[in-house]
Design a protein around this ligand. Structure first.
Ligand code: ADP
Ligand code: MG
Length: 698
């Protein structure tokens, strides 16, 4: 296969391929579209399509697809082959500019949350030339946006691109105020760290809960969990090593900058992090990464679990969204500079983020809300459902000094008056407290840690970009009118710190005392579940901001709220159904069989010798019989709870009924089953247990 630098990006129609295969004129014109959003001429599109097709065929492709990200969270594709019949009975391979630019998938089965009824029946996909086309198997995949004919976004990419544009526009206004006239564009970059579990495929296949829902719905705690902390950064097992190696190779061929990999905290848990890149591309890449992770696992007799909480009582999996803002010249706006002026600019961007996170805590929480992630947020090992920002002691001291107009102790002579002082370089504060924060400043970027491992990172970045764009807009509106720029700037930074310092928390985020302080004293939001937060997407302040930033229309927001809640309900209903079935057809019969064996044993013993007490059998039979009764009646109650959902008036009330009733019954049923598991002989238990799953890959 050659060296990594030889095959890196070999399946990507990237800049190198374009340069080599397009005429200078076409290349230049395409670059203008990619870099500056210039309109694409059809003759250019035709030339690009032909070059793309020839390159794809030379690399083994026979089909092409418009690859897009509908609101389900996964990616979708519909394959068309390049073949066109020729008059002599053969075929020729064709692909036109028109086919490259626009596609018309039959959209009727993608969720649109009522959008399609209001607008047009069908949607179309439109090429996103800023994200390179690539080959997957025998198919050329063309990254596209997916919209209705009325222009409503039916996908995540469209709104993500809009949010990047919103932030670009406002950030440029700010940079101009600082006299920065050369910057052409401001982009956000993301490096998402992806956590996952690997389990043995043969073991996985014996568990219907894993197959249907991606997580275990039953399972007693194994004697050994993660308490020894011996897995984190531990030696990687040969089978996992082989998996990671092939995964890297596949990702590298696709031009994905997979960089680090290590074991995570829980047994069988691992992490993969790519080198950061433009948000839009990072999002596409993360979607592809999740798909390839699962495909490669299958080749190694493994299954890659991307669920947020595959195992109760064991760390769940998240995704850390490392986010920064930078100019086209590569200047990171979240990095303190060398001159006082650059530092004032840094502080302003920092304040914009602080204000955004405080003003739109709810949107950030909403952006990561799924049934799976509800099990993780606030469950001791993941960030709480309360959003707060960690800045670290050093930066915190700087902000305090500005707020109170007192000298900053870290640097002599320093009074934080802008235009006078120099800021220190902020190293990343690596204390444990940092790790527990949902939103931490890590030196020159923010790390948003509430995302679930299976989430598309699009949603979180859409909300983050939009909210920060809104802060910057408010700042720019004010500063553009100011008579004395420096004084106005200083005042505004101070005011932001004063108004929004409640969102800054540098302590231990896992501590119960923090949740109490956050909600009772600071008035921060604590939306524990998806039904708690999702309806707030439609709160006036959120609709106003997102529509005025031109990221969503009101109809698009309504559709998102609907779809997310609908997903939530469907997912839990599948889980509940699976539980009822497993309890009835697997667990209860298994326990019953064991009870039979115990009873028989007691009978034999008594026959043999009347004086044997058989207390062991009697006691166990009694306990297990009570448990079988409880399991049976709980399964019935759960089934009833599920049935009563059909009377819910709308998806919001259905989601409340699920939260308050179905999930409660599920947990009660599980408790009885888990109790039975530890009393039942292992050979009777109908499926592999937590030890088999967590320690099954050797
Ligand atoms: P860790 O958080 O595990 O200590 P790093 O902080 O080095 O590791 O990087 C984690 C992720 O953050 C990587 O994907 C990395 O590429 C990304 N990252 C680093 N710098 C930036 C930046 N300026 N903007 C966005 N992402 C970044
Ligand atoms: Mg990290």
């Amino acid at each position: 296969m050659g060296t990594v630098s030889e095959y890196f990006g070999s399946l990507v129609f990237d800049d190198r391929v374009m340069k080599a295969n397009l005429s200078a004129k076409v290349y230049k014109s395409l670059k203008k579209t990619i870099d500056e959003g210039a309109k694409l001429d059809i003759s250019v599109a035709n030339a690009v399509a032909t070059a793309m097709k020839d390159w794809a065929i030379a690399n083994g492709a026979t089909h092409y697809t418009h690859w897009f990200q509908p609101l389900t969270g996964i990616t979708a594709e519909k394959h068309d082959s390049f073949i066109t019949p020729s008059p002599d009975g053969g075929v020729i391979m064709e692909f036109s500019g028109k086919e490259l630019i626009k596609g018309e998938p039959d959209a009727s089965s993608f969720p649109s949350g009522g959008l399609r009824a209001t607008f047009e029946a069908r949607g179309y996909t439109a090429w996103d030339p800023t994200s390179y086309a690539f080959i997957k198997g025998k198919t050329l995949c063309i990254p596209t946006a997916f919209c209705s004919y009325g222009g409503e976004a039916l996908d995540k990419k469209t709104t993500l691109l809009r949010s990047m544009e919103a932030l670009n526009k406002q950030a440029i206004r700010i940079l101009r105020l600082f006299g920065n006239d050369n910057v052409k564009c401001v982009r956000t970059s993301v490096g998402p760290e992806q956590e996952y579990f690997l389990v043995d495929k043969a073991i996985y296949e014996k568990r219907r809960d894993l197959i249907f829902t991606g997580r275990t719905l039953f399972g007693a705690k194994p004697p050994k969990g993660q308490e020894m902390d011996d897995h984190y950064f531990g030696v990687i097992k040969p089978r996992v090593e082989a998996y990671m190696q092939e995964l890297n190779e596949e990702l590298w061929k696709l031009g994905i900058l997979a960089k680090t990999e290590h074991n995570e905290v829980a047994p069988a848990q691992h992490e993969l992090a790519p080198i950061y890149t433009t948000t839009n591309i990072a999002t596409d890449h993360n979607q592809i990464t999740m798909e390839i992770m699962q495909k490669v696992a299958a080749k190694h007799g493994l299954v890659c679990l991307l669920h947020e909480k595959p195992f109760a009582g064991v760390n769940g999996s998240g995704k850390h969204n490392n986010w920064s803002i930078s100019t086209d010249a590569g200047v990171n706006l979240l990095s303190p500079g060398e001159t006082p002026y650059e530092n004032a600019q840094f502080l302003l961007f920092l304040c914009a983020v602080i204000k955004a996170v405080d003003d739109y805590q709810d949107l950030l929480r909403i952006s990561v809300a799924t049934a799976g992630n509800d099990h993780r947020l606030g469950a001791n090992e993941a960030p709480p459902a309360v959003v707060s920002i960690f800045l670290g002691d050093e930066l915190n001291a700087v902000l305090e000094a500005i707020e109170t107009d007192t000298p900053y102790m870290g640097i002599e002579k320093t009074k934080m008056k802008l235009g006078v002082d120099v800021l220190p370089e902020f190293n990343r504060d690596t204390t444990d407290r940092n790790r527990t924060s949902p939103f931490a400043f890590t030196g020159n970027k923010f790390e948003f840690r509430m995302l679930g491992s299976s989430n598309s990172i699009a949603c979180a970045n859409i909300m983050l970009n939009s909210a920060v764009a809104e802060s910057l807009k408010i700042y720019a509106d004010r500063l553009e009118k100011a008579d004395d720029f420096e004084t106005a700037l200083h005042e505004m930074i101070r005011k932001t710190i004063k108004d929004h310092k409640r969102i800054i928390f540098n302590g231990n985020g896992y501590d119960d005392a923090w949740i109490k302080e956050a909600t009772e004293e600071r008035g921060l939001l604590n939306y524990r579940t998806t039904p708690d937060c999702m309806p707030h997407l439609l709160d006036k302040k959120n609709v106003d901001m997102l529509t005025s930033q031109k990221v969503f229309s009101e109809a698009e927001l309504k559709s998102r709220c609907d779809i997310m809640l609908d997903n939530y309900c469907k997912q839990v209903k599948i889980e509940a159904d699976t539980m009822v079935q497993m309890a009835r057809t697997e667990i209860a019969p298994a326990v019953e069989a064991y009870v039979m064996e115990l009873s028989k044993a007691a009978g034999y013993k008594k026959k043999l010798d009347e004086s044997i007490s058989c207390n062991y059998e009697k006691e166990l039979v009694r306990k297990l019989s009570v448990l079988i009764e409880s399991i049976s009646s709980k399964a019935y109650e759960l089934e009833q709870a599920l049935m009563s959902l059909s009377s819910a008036e709308d998806v919001i009330s259905e989601s409340y009924a699920i939260r308050d009733n179905v999930l409660v019954k599920m947990s009660e049923l599980r408790d009885f089953c888990d109790e039975a598991e530890v009393l039942t002989a292992k050979k009777y238990w109908p499926f592999p247990t937590y030890d088999d799953l967590l320690f099954g890959v050797r």
